[in-house]
Design a binder for this molecule. Sequence first.
Ligand code: HEM
Length: 411
Amino acid sequence: MADDTLFAQVLDPAHRADPYPLYARLRATPVARQSDGRVVVSSHAAIRSLLHDPRLSSEDLPPSRRPRTGNPIRDWFLNPIKDRIANAHRPLIFRDPPDHDTLRAFVMAEFGIERVRALHGRVAGLVDELIERCRGRSEVCLVEDLSYPLPVAVICDLLGVPEADEPQFQAWATQLATALEPDARADETTRRANAATFDAIAAYMRALIKQKRRHPADDMLSGLARPAPGRGRMGEVDLIATAILLLVAGHETTVNLITNGMLTLLRHPAELERLKADPERAPRVIEELLRYEPPVHFRTRKALGAIDIGGTVIPEGTPVVLLFAAGNRDPARFRDPDRFDPDRDDIEHFGFGGGLHYCVGAPLARIEVEIALVALCRRLRDPKLLADPPPYRLGASLRGPERLGIRIAGI
Ligand code: HEM
């Protein structure tokens, strides 16, 4: 019988700094029914199987469990458009086939390796510039000084948002990510602020798309806005939803991987030194980080039919929480799973999810985080954590430190 209080504790901010002992206890019942009807899945094998099961929907999240939250951004992503124009506005992360596949094909066509490679120089330049700004200081906050500003600048570049609008974008990205957390505040003041943000970002995107249609450039938004041979043209509303999704999905996640990455390396100084001496190790280090300290801890789906998983039946209509971060440390799949070991050869993590919704931004995220971590290890002299554990942001699903103070002897 599953301990019903365990997942509630996962959501409790008191456990944010180290939820892994709770995950280990949850794995004792890999498919666990909660008293509120949800099922929490925590073993590697069950998560992997469900990620590839077409009976799990990302679209049809049950309205009864996803009531109008009073938070318009979140409602917009999850519910209301369905009532109005049959799902036409939701971004692809909340869509099932065939719509999901059509939308994803548009994005994939614009996420070619050339576009990602072209961002390499820009990322390296930005990282250098951000580190250079810390010259003369004896303490830095990794989040504020580097991991926060970097991904938003990269997404602006990717989409073709003018540089002057980046600070505005950063503020929007933060507000959107906060509003989308399962435990987001929904009081009247927050609701109004979120409504204003949403209106502002949608209006901004609409205007930018119009401009890209008139004067296409070599950026992703121009590419998405032009008709593609064989696929036609993405409608304006889907285009706005996609642009906002790219901002939300690509920002906070990358921030957290850089911050979690540096925190983990500072806790494992020998690994930090090895990476500094041999930057070729970076891809291994990053894959292990995506397993050991992933930014996305869980995602929720809904069972479209009854699913028998390892002898436990998930009834039709059940919301299913795929606890990626617990699967990533499953001793049935990984040797010594609580050890950070970039040399392991058995990394098959859920850091970027899996199956149909596997992260489209994974190649970009890998490049970005690699450049940032290697530069930080090489350029921050004698770095030491100021507080361990650091304070964490509220979110349980998108988990990462709010600040990461580091004392340095210079750069
Ligand atoms: C999907 C993680 C960076 C765009 C996902 C999913 C995960 C994830 C776990 C699967 C969600 C699900 O199954 O419901 C991450 C992490 C990142 C990162 C850890 C950084 C370290 C990015 C970037 C972009 C991006 C940089 C784009 C600029 C997307 C999109 C989806 C997605 C559009 C939805 C794909 C679909 O539904 O088919 N990401 N992501 N991500 N990610 Fe990422």
